[in-house]
Write a protein that binds this ligand. Sequence first.
Ligand SMILES: *Cc1c(COP(=O)(O)O)cnc(C)c1O
Ligand SMILES: [Zn+2]
Length: 506
Amino acid sequence: MKPDQFPSEMQPYAIPKTGGEYLYRCLGCERRFGIEDLLYTCPECGSVLLIEDSRWERLKDIPGSKWRSIFDYRAMLNIPALKGIYRFHELIGSIIPLDDIVFLGEGHTPVVCANQAMNDWAGIDFYFKNDGQNPSASFKDRGMASAFSYLNYLINKRGVRNILAICASTGDTSASAALYASYLSGNIKSAVILPRGKITPQQLGQPLGSGAKVIEIPGVFDDCMKIVEYLSENFSVALMNSKNAWRILGQESYSYEISQAFDYEVGHLTVVVPIGNAGNITAVMAGFLKMHDLRIIDSLPHIIGVQSEHANPVYLYYLEPKEAARRFRPVTVRPSVAQAAMIGNPVSMPRVIKLVEQYRKIAGEGSIRIVEISEQEIMDSMLFANRNGHIACTQGGECLAGIRKAVAEKKVDRNRRAVLDATAHALKFAVFQDKYFLDSFEPEYEVSPRAELRNSPFSLDLPESVPNPASQRLGPEQFQEFVKYASSIIADVLDLEQRGGTRKPQ
Ligand SMILES: *Cc1c(COP(=O)(O)O)cnc(C)c1O
Ligand SMILES: [Zn+2]
């Protein structure tokens, strides 16, 4: 739809105008810094930063109901810059002009209703929001669209040149960063630092295919992170990890979309997210808080963060009920099928602590919970979801295992509706499906397959006497003989009935 076809009272808002004043805010010392320089930590105290709009209050001149209409009408526009996360331009990066926005098809991922079998199994009615349907097949594209749009703005409007975008990754950050960098390849090069042997072949193939410089190092993600932190402090590079606050801003779109998908009535929802470096849960909380602050939603949904027993520092932190007694301690991770979340020292932990406090103040102590699940539960849950129409990856399985456990332990009311973050596409983690089906998990994973969830191909072998199209060129009669023989075996395997309703003679 064209903007001039909108009702006249909506026309002035159809296309967002640039505005606001964005600043980095330090979560340690509360100092503010301009965004002209790329900052990842506070130059004064070293803490992590968030981005805020110092003119945020101006947005309250528009009532919540009007914002709802604005975002709903914008969904009908066919302007590429507004097709993705920047539908919510005023909340996500209002200083960035539309012609600098990079849109590769990210955002607006479907919310898919679980079937009855799944609801029964989980003990609650739920949906998956399929963030695996983003361009690089994970939610990371939301944050990269934001971070790279900002870089593109610096290139176009501030004359910045020769940017090297760099990140550490458990697999999906690098796939996404490399994809967005390749789109801006004239001005941006990308390098990714990966823990050797700790990402899947599909995830390794993605940045290679996008032309990034891929550097594998011995160690785990936390070690890679230390290296890129050192590089970003000592060399001129653009850090694309979620330590970069632009990433968080873009990932807030996940909450905006859920709000819109449920007609802005989200108080009855429980949103479930896996926690790794904790950028995602930070963004999800921040997004709902912003919508609530502008009265676009009247009440906040509950949020459950899920961690594996093999990488559980956030869970351990919140195990202590008394706020003053909580101490954050990094953990040494063990091998996890939720490999994208296999992080022992989450960079966004200070952000989480601040936002959880803020969130609970508004929505109550029980509004945010952290749940821990086993590797076995993650695998069983993912495969069960995959068998019931969902493309959830292991981290999506982690969410399903998490909500199921929370329901079983009565930590969530069954009358609520859950929205599970299927953070990536199952195909990226096919190796774990293979290990399960072949019962070849290394003992450290502590996963053994349940017979009813396993599957393997049936391989049809032909006896010597039957013509075989793989070993010779067959004439028409031989070919017919092959088809008949193969079909009879397959009919047996599938237990098919003869046409006409009579059972085929044995
Ligand atoms: C990055 C990632 C996570 C973890 O998100 P954080 O922001 O690091 O907590 C979970 N699942 C998938 C598929 C990911 O790529
Ligand atoms: Zn500071």
